[in-house]
Structures are given as structure tokens and as C-alpha cells.
Design a protein around this ligand. Structure first.
Ligand code: B3K
Ligand code: ZN
Length: 877
């Protein structure tokens, strides 16, 4: 198959106005009758109708009720002898597919004894022949027939208009979706499911039924998902004036799912991981993720479904915007300014540890890509998270109210249409004439077309005689595949000046030139600049902060993001200095007193939020440290970070004890930001206490940790205690792990945590890979289940660099075997794993050559999927 280019976009040659689907469900052979009304697109030259189809058995094609000639070309069904003229015509296609054999989890498949669909991006063509592209929007009517005892619940998009009994113990349900939609939003579910139900009345006084469907037995874990859904409905109405446009809104959970969730119109399908939660089985992070994913999928109902993408290159139109919306939703629910800041820091951490490396690696692409071989490879942190930052910058440039006006304009213009990223930015700019966005729109759009992470270099000059401080800001952007040179971006830069612990300036500078100098006259003494406040743009800020300035910012900056960032820079500077010391031994790593005291100051601070303290006291991630280096030895990076953490554990021992005792009790469990922040800090404290104990031989804290593990009233405290034992490598870890397994062996999502913790644990003398291999043979391991595969294999290959990058290359051999194994039945999951070696060119020898060999070995396999082939070919290019 060939590369698809954005520049080649052509409108469809035909429109499909209505679709009537009739399913006879059978796991081995499902029969699909598809009756469509089509007409030519008068704007396009006359041409044959080419319908997409994959893995289908075609039985019959009728045009206006008559048999017709057709041919197959590149897997497409081609009809040449269609009625002349522009009159609508009817096309009837009868085909079958095999859901039980569909291991790709794309199209119609079975999970357990139920049927599910996943159509985005191109799964609908695995259900029936169709113009499977997002700019073809049709009205759907769906009739489902199936055995009643095995499949008592039959669901599809829209409203249930009819249901009843059939012969032979079968029954039927008929669904009509009142909204036109692209095929990627089609959904069907059938099986033994039960629902939590909630009736709500919207602000506008409309009644709606909300349902969360799960397997019988899981109903008691759906309350949080339902609450999150209700909060989402209320928030979108309040913040953006966007009401629920359906009488019935359904969420269904399945344990076999390639990603997090899917926003099918009125029938969202979710990974159980983002639905099921109880105090006993889910951590605070799980609760927050559920809230954010439920929100994300719900918000797609307007940003994605009502207004959809013209083509898949525009994916960020819906994804970047909807991530921005779910981030704002979580922040608004968090409430207090400090909790909002914590959420912002967490989002930036994801961006910098995952998207920045992507932007610097072989898969780098603009937020609006120019080409792809397999579109599923472009559901990336760039399209999602960087795309959200681009929308956030628009909001920054037009203000919060201006952004709301822009969204109103966007819906007024484009409701019901399939549009582009340019249409979106145009609407926001047009609603805000005279704004910085409107003034710079063409240049601003480079955020969509240019890949790579821009660098902003800042240089300060203090002239004591004149009392003038000047700050020169210069931007550049490194080359990326296919884009050797870049033009300047529009970069909003939040900027504050602090003098003697007092803020003397705070504003936003919009950098548009390659280089600009700002001057601040009339100052008494040299100020400390706080640059890129709130992380106002997705860039790397280069500024040679002396330690005293960072310590001042950590102590005083009014901007919580930069306050946190100052601590990260202090830690990063030290880590990099150690890493650049030739022949450094672990025992040479000795943290200096000013750094340690600054950390103590934060930990003991009387008023700071515990959640914020936890973020400051967490050292920068290994992957983030590695990105700052030209060549990387991941084991050395791990050693340095681990040793620094150990020093903090020892030097702050009594402070950690204090922090644990102060934050250990949180009353009745509630996963709100305040009490979860306390649990997070208690957990971090316990971890450091166990690490210090490992060093000193103390047995008190490991014992207390085991006790807490046993007594915990909730999964967060229990899992934090278990993690502390495992990470510190204490001998109590083994019995605790065994006990954990015994307690939770019937809960798949908890078992995923059990696998992930062991595969992600710090390596001790190369012990992790053998453990991972052993766990592959565990009776509870099943590589066909994506959650389980991710929990074991991805936790090792993608999230444990110190254990994965072994000098003997055994980690890479394991990786290449798993990529090919997975690719044989699930290319999407395989391609995600394939990206674990994206950054191989940065590795130090002999790792670099060994990694290249492993990638080449995968690339040399015959019959690779497009998904994996695209990833490994780009890696080797
Ligand atoms: N739109 C889906 C992702 C589909 C991925 C297809 N490979 C979930 C989301 O972003 O909300
Ligand atoms: Zn999305």
C-alpha cells in the first residue's frame, strides 16, 4: 500500500445520504445487509464508485434492486455502470464477516461473549463496503438480530425505535440516529450487559437518559464514571453553551480495546480501565483519568461529531481541541488555583516527556501531518497534546472570553460539516478582530505545518548605571524529517520580573520575530526573570539561570508552574553535571547542601499544597534527562537519578518521616484533589523512607510499609506501599506481591497493575528481563489482551529504560520478538510497541548498533503490517 498525501485531497465523487444496516450477529459468520442511497457529487467529474472494504466476503450487489456488474481493484469494490445523471440511486450490498476471528480489534469483533465495534479511523470498511472517509456523512438506521439468551442487550447509535422477538430464540432491536455522521462514528454492541442509569434535565429543560453498561458484577464500579459523565454534560453547557443533543447517551465498557475509549455518536465504547473504579481497586490516578477520559469522549460530541474532520490529516481539529477541552474541564473541576496549577504541571510533564522526544525523533510530524502510510500511527502525542497546546495558545492570544466567542463562531459556521484546522483558527481569529491572533494568523498557523520543538533562547543584561534590564529572546527550531529549515513561530511568552523577592512585572510578550529585545527601565537592582510562565508555549526555554536565581524562583515565584520548574532545573542541572563527569561512580554523587535545603524547605513548607510538594520533590524523569544529552547511556542515567533520589531519601529522612505522619490519614476516602494530594505525598514519603532504609539496614520503615500495605482502606495507599517495597528492593516485596496477587486475582485491572509494577521496577543486576520473561508464562498473562500486553511488555520496553537498554542487547531481542509476535494479530498495538526504540540514534555504543540491528531485524520480516512497517522504516531512515 502507498503513502497518502494531504496535498492529494479530493472531495468524494459520490455522497451517501442514508444507510440502512441489518446485522445477523454470529461470532463465526455475521451477515451484513447494507442499503444505501447515493448520488453523484455534481462538483466532481463523472467517475466510477469505489467503495472501501477489508476482510469481507461479498455475496451480492444490487443497484436500484437489479443485479449489476462490478470489479475488485486494490481491495476496493468498483462500480462502473451506475445510472446516468444526478438522480439518487439505491445500492444494496450483502456481505459477511467473522467477528470471532478478528484479533485486530478494529471493525466488528468479539470480546468474551459480546460484540463490539471500533471504526475510527478505518474500521467501518471491515463491516461493510463504504466510502469510509470522514467527509461522507450519512443518516443511519440499524437493525440488529441475534440470539436473545446470549445477547440480551443490542445497542447502536441514536434512539431505540423498535424491538421484539423473532423465531428460534432470536430477537431484534432497531436504532435510528437522528444525526448525520461519518462512518468512523458508527457503533454496535451486543451481549450480556447491565447498565447504571441516570435521568438528567439539562439547563434548557430537556430530559436525557444516561447509561453506563458493564458486565454483570461490575455495576458497583460505575458510580464514578456516571458522576464524571454528569459533570461533563453540565460543564460543556456552562462553559461553552453546548448542550447534549441526544435523548440517550450510552457508555459501554469492554476489557479488549486498543486504546482508551471511542466517541461514537451516543454510544461511546470504553476500555474498562477508564470506566471501572472503586476505592478498593482503583487509585486516585485511575479516578482522575476516568473523569478526564469520560469528559474527553463526551466533549467530542460537539468537537469531533457535530463538526468533524474533512480528512485524517485534520485529526488535531478534533483531538487537539478536545484534549484542550478535557484539560480545562479537569482544571475547572479541581477548583482552587493551586489544584489547577498541579493539573497544568502534570499536563506539561506528559508533553515534555513524551511529545518532545517524538518531535525530536524519526516519527516527528506537524500537528497537521503531510503524509502517512497508516493513519493509526498518527494518533500521537503531537496530534493530541501538542495540538492542545496550540489551541491553548489561541486562547491565550484572544483571552478566555474571546475564545468562547471564537467557539460560538466556529459552531455557527460549521455545525454539521467536515472541516479543516484552518477553518478552526479562522473562526477563532474572525471572532476576535484586532487580537494578536487575528494580526498574526498566517504566521500562527505554522504551529500546524512545521514539526519540531522550537527553542527560545533568553539572554538577560543588567546595566546597573542606567537601571535598565534588557532581555533578548531568540527563537529557532531544529530540522525534522522533510523539514530542514523553519520559519519563526508566534510564541506567547508569559513573563514576570522578581526583585528582592517581590514581583515587579507580570505580562505576556508575543514573540514573532527571530529575535527581539525587551527593556525594563527604572529598576533598583538586577531582577530575576520568570520566563514562560504557566508554560505559555510548547517550547524549550534556554536560559542560563544561576543557581541563586533558581533558588529564588523556587522560594518566591508567584507563578506555580515556574516555581516547580525552578526545582526541576536545579535537579536537572545536577543530574547533567554528574552525567558529564567522566568515570563517575555512584559513590561520587553527593548532593550539595543548598539543593537539599531548598527541597527540605518545600517539603516542610507550612502552606504549600501537598500535591504541589509531591511534584517538586519528584526528580525529572529519566527520559526527560536523556533528552537533554547528545548521547545516552540509559543505565547511567538511571544510576544517577536513583543515586540522587537515595540522597534525598537519606538527607531528608526526618522530614520524610514528618511528611508521612502528617499526611497519612485522610478520613473517609474521596478521590478529590486535596485528599489525593495528601495521599500522593504520603506515598512519596514512604518510598523515600524505604529507600533510605535499604541503605541503612533499618527494618522499621519497611515493616511499617508492609503493615500499611495490609491495612490500607483504599488502592492508592495499598499500591503506594507495595510500590515502595518493590522499588526499594526490600525482601518484603516478594511476599507482598504474592499476597496482592492472591487478593486481586479476579480483577483484571488490578492484575494489570501487578504486572506493570514488576516489569517497571528498577533493575538490579539485570534481573528484570528474566522476571518479565517468567511473567509471560504466568497463567494470568495473555498477550492478546491489549491491557495485559501493555502492562507487562510496554512497562518493560517503554517505561523502564534502565532495565531495557541492556549492554547484552537481550532487551532489544525481546522487543523485536514481541513486535513481530503482536503484529501477526494486532498491528495497532504492535506499532505502538515498535516505537520503543524511536530514539535509538541517541544511544551510546554498543547500544546504538544493537538497537539498529534489532529494528532492522523487524524491518526484514516479510508480511509486516503497514503500521509496523511505517514505524521501523522511518526509524532506519
Ligand atoms: N478518537 C479515538 C481514538 C481512535 C484511535 C484509532 N486508532 C479516541 C479519542 O481520541 O477520543
Ligand atoms: Zn479524542
Amino acid at each position: 500500500q502507498n503513502v497518502i498525501y494531504r496535498a492529494d485531497y479530493q472531495p468524494p465523487a459520490y455522497w451517501i445520504d442514508t444507510v440502512e444496516l441489518c446485522f445477523d450477529l454470529d461470532p463465526a459468520k455475521t451477515r451484513v445487509l447494507n442499503r444505501m442511497k447515493l448520488r453523484r457529487n455534481a462538483q466532481m467529474p463523472a467517475q466510477p464508485l469505489r467503495l472501501d472494504g477489508e476482510e469481507l466476503n461479498l455475496a451480492r450487489v444490487l443497484v436500484n434492486g437489479q443485479g449489476t456488474s462490478f470489479k475488485m481493484e486494490n481491495g476496493q469494490l468498483v462500480l462502473e455502470n451506475l445510472p446516468a445523471g444526478d438522480e439518487p440511486f439505491e445500492l444494496e450490498i450483502f456481505s459477511t464477516c467473522a467477528p470471532a476471528k478478528n484479533t485486530t480489534l478494529s471493525g466488528l469483533y468479539t470480546s468474551g461473549d459480546s460484540f463490539f465495534t471500533q471504526c475510527e479511523a478505518e474500521g467501518f470498511r471491515r463491516i461493510t463496503y463504504f466510502l469510509d472517509r470522514p467527509d461522507v456523512m450519512a443518516s443511519y438506521t440499524v437493525l440488529i438480530r441475534a440470539d436473545k439468551a446470549r445477547y440480551p442487550v443490542l445497542l447502536s447509535n441514536g434512539n431505540l425505535v423498535d424491538q421484539g422477538e423473532l423465531d428460534d430464540g432470536r430477537h431484534f432491536a432497531k436504532w435510528v440516529d437522528p444525526h448525520r455522521k461519518p462512518s468512523y462514528l458508527f457503533a454496535l454492541v451486543a451481549g450480556q450487559l447491565v447498565a447504571r442509569e441516570q435521568r438528567i434535565t439539562s439547563r434548557a429543560g430537556k430530559e436525557h437518559l444516561l447509561q453506563v453498561y458493564v458486565r454483570p458484577g461490575d455495576l458497583d464500579k460505575t458510580e464514578h464514571a456516571m458522576n464524571s459523565l454528569m459533570a461533563s454534560v453540565a460543564w460543556d453547557e456552562a462553559r461553552f453553551g453546548l448542550p447534549l443533543d441526544l435523548e440517550r447517551f450510552m457508555i459501554v465498557a469492554t476489557s479488549d480495546f486498543n486504546m482508551g475509549a471511542m466517541e461514537n455518536k451516543g454510544l461511546n465504547i470504553f476500555n474498562t480501565k477508564y470506566v471501572l473504579a472503586s476505592q478498593a481497586t482503583a487509585t486516585d490516578t485511575d479516578f482522575f483519568n476516568i473523569e478526564s477520559v469520560v469528559g474527553h469522549e463526551y466533549f467530542h460530541n460537539w468537537t469531533g461529531n457535530r463538526i468533524t474532520c474533512r480528512d485524517w490529516f485534520q485529526l488535531s481539529l478534533k483531538e487537539g481541541l478536545t484534549v484542550f477541552r478535557d484539560q480545562e474541564f479537569s482544571m475547572d473541576l479541581a477548583g482552587e488555583a493551586s489544584a489547577r496549577a498541579v493539573k497544568r504541571i502534570e499536563d506539561v510533564r506528559v508533553l515534555r516527556t513524551m511529545q518532545f522526544p517524538e518531535d525530536a525523533g524519526p516519527m516527528a510530524h506537524p500537528v497537521r501531518p503531510e503524509q502517512y502510510l497508516e493513519i493509526n500511527n498518527f494518533y500521537t502525542v503531537t496530534v493530541y497534546e501538542k495540538g492542545a497546546e496550540v489551541v491553548r495558545m489561541m486562547q491565550t492570544l484572544v483571552g478566555r472570553e474571546g475564545f468562547r466567542r471564537g467557539m460560538d463562531q466556529y459552531f455557527q459556521r460549521h455545525d454539521g460539516q467536515a472541516v479543516t484546522c484552518d477553518d478552526f483558527s479562522q473562526a477563532i481569529a474572525d471572532a476576535n478582530p484586532g487580537s494578536r491572533l487575528a494580526q498574526t494568523l498566517e504566521q500562527f498557523r505554522r504551529w500546524y505545518s512545521q514539526a519540531g520543538t522550537p527553542r527560545v533562547k533568553a539572554e538577560g543584561r543588567w546595566d546597573a548605571d542606567s537601571g535598565i534590564y534588557s532581555l533578548t529572546l531568540s527563537q529557532s527550531c531544529p530540522p525534522t524529517p522533510d523539514q530542514p529549515a523553519k520559519d519563526p513561530f508566534v510564541i506567547p511568552i508569559g513573563l514576570g520580573l522578581i526583585s528582592g523577592g517581590v514581583e515587579i512585572a507580570n505580562g505576556m510578550h508575543v514573540l514573532t520575530e527571530q529575535s527581539e529585545t525587551l527593556t525594563f527601565p527604572g529598576l533598583q537592582s538586577e531582577p530575576v526573570p520568570s520566563i514562560l510562565r504557566g508554560f505559555s508555549a510548547p517550547v524549550v526555554l534556554e536560559f542560563d539561570y544561576p543557581d541563586e536565581q533558581l533558588l529564588a524562583l523556587l522560594a518566591h515565584d508567584a507563578d506555580p508552574f515556574n516555581r516547580w520548574e525552578a526545582g526541576q532545573r536545579l535537579a536537572l542541572g545536577r543530574a547533567l553535571a554528574y552525567l558529564r563527569t567522566p568515570g563517575l561512580a555512584r559513590s561520587d554523587i553527593r548532593l550539595d547542601a543548598p539543593f537539599v535545603e531548598a527541597m527540605r524547605g518545600i517539603l516542610r513548607h507550612p502552606t504549600l499544597d501537598p500535591a504541589f510538594k509531591e511534584l517538586v520533590l519528584t526528580l525529572p524523569a529519566e527520559t526527560y534527562i536523556s533528552e537533554q544529552l547528545d548521547t545516552v547511556d540509559p543505565q547511567r542515567v538511571h544510576m544517577v537519578r536513583d543515586a540522587m533520589r537515595e540522597q534525598l531519601a537519606q538527607a531528608l529522612f526526618h522530614d520524610w518521616e514528618w511528611a508521612f505522619e502528617q499526611h497519612r490519614e485522610n478520613g473517609a476516602y474521596r478521590p478529590d484533589p486535596r485528599s489525593s494530594g495528601r495521599r500522593a505525598l504520603a506515598g512519596l514519603s514512604l518510598m523515600h523512607l524505604c529507600i533510605a532504609a535499604r541503605k541503612s539496614g533499618d527494618t522499621v520503615w519497611p515493616g511499617k510499609t508492609l503493615q500499611r500495605f495490609k491495612d490500607a482502606s483504599n488502592m492508592t495507599d495499598r499500591f503506594n506501599a507495595l510500590t515502595a517495597l518493590v522499588v526499594s528492593g526490600h525482601e518484603l516485596a516478594a511476599p507482598a506481591l504474592a499476597r496482592f496477587h492472591a487478593t486481586f486475582q479476579d480483577d483484571a485491572l488490578v492484575l494489570d497493575k501487578w504486572f506493570a509494577l514488576q516489569a517497571g521496577a528498577p533493575d538490579r543486576g539485570g534481573n528484570i528481563l528474566p522476571i518479565v520473561k517468567q511473567l509471560m508464562n504466568h497463567p494470568d498473562f495473555n498477550i492478546r489482551n491489549p491491557n495485559r500486553a501493555r502492562s507487562l511488555i510496554f512497562s518493560y520496553c517503554n517505561a523502564n529504560p534502565g532495565a531495557f537498554h541492556r549492554p547484552d542487547a537481550a532487551g532489544y531481542v525481546f522487543w523485536s520478538e514481541r513486535v513481530t509476535e503482536l503484529d501477526a494479530f494486532n498491528p495497532q498495538v504492535a506499532a505502538r510497541l515498535a516505537r520503543a526504540l524511536d530514539r535509538w540514534k541517541k544511544l551510546e555504543e554498543p547500544l546504538r548498533s544493537a538497537a539498529r540491528e534489532a529494528i532492522a531485524r523487524v524491518a526484514a520480516k516479510p508480511d509486516l503490517s503497514n503500521d509496523v512497517r511505517e514505524v521501523v522504516t522511518r526509524a532506519l531512515a
